[in-house]
Design a protein around this ligand. Structure first.
Ligand SMILES: [Zn+2]
Length: 75
């Protein structure tokens, strides 16, 4: 087996020809898109995890405390 001629940039995921990889510079937009792609499962499960946290005893206390702070305007 021989290595592929291309490799993904570890920071932005762009497919790079190995011979040109050293001169590659990531664009900020592509880097952000790649970070969001890598976090997609975490982003997708956020609502579910938030709901689970808010229904836990700690979460219910945080909700109660936040509501109390809003009502009494304490920092
Ligand atoms: Zn890159």
């Amino acid at each position: 087996m021989f290595p592929s001629r291309f490799m993904p940039c570890p920071d932005c995921g762009e497919s790079l020809e190995r011979s040109a990889a050293a001169s590659h510079r990531c664009t900020r937009d592509r880097e952000l898109d790649y970070q969001m792609f890598r976090l997609r499962h975490e982003v997708d499960s956020f609502d579910e995890r938030l709901a689970a946290y808010l229904s836990s005893s700690t979460g219910r206390f945080e909700v109660w405390l936040a509501a109390r702070r809003v009502r009494t305007r304490t920092p």
